[in-house]
Design a protein around this ligand. Structure first.
Ligand code: CA
Length: 136
């Protein structure tokens, strides 16, 4: 049994060897991290050792269209504010960022009882005096 070499390409022309192994029970397993979306090609080339077992190669394509997003968002609720009770406070989370995009904003705080607001910007009039930390 000859060695199998696995090549990677994104254009079917420039092939980069990524692994070489001797098949076990006819199989070679490979773990390879794809760094970009799009079509990736893998070619397995097997070195034959006789006319009965000639060299062969086979190409498969993998279309990567959605990789898992593992970068968490960074919440920015802006600077602290001091206001009197019953005066409308403006919350602004527009300084928050994410590598893909922010799908929702949730503001939670306690004013007598736990309160929840939604939206990139929101407003609220506290009815109880005291220090509050609002989490976006
Ligand atoms: Ca993200």
């Amino acid at each position: 049994m000859g060695n199998v070499t696995i090549f990677h390409s994104t254009n079917l022309a420039d092939w980069t060897p990524v692994a070489s192994a001797t098949p076990i029970n006819g199989y070679v397993s490979l773990k390879f991290q794809l760094s970009s979306d799009g079509i990736h090609y893998f070619k397995a080339s097997w070195e034959g050792d006789s006319t009965l077992n000639p060299s062969q190669s086979s190409v498969v394509s993998v279309n990567v269209s959605a990789r898992a997003d593992i970068t968490p968002p960074v919440a920015n609720a802006g600077l602290g504010q001091t206001v009197n009770e019953d005066v409308l406070v403006q919350f602004d989370g527009s300084g928050s960022t994410d590598n893909v995009g922010i799908t929702s904003y949730v503001w939670t705080f306690v004013d007598g009882t736990p309160r929840t607001l939604t939206g990139q910007t929101s407003s609220y009039a506290f009815s109880n005096p005291g220090d509050r930390k609002s989490v976006v």
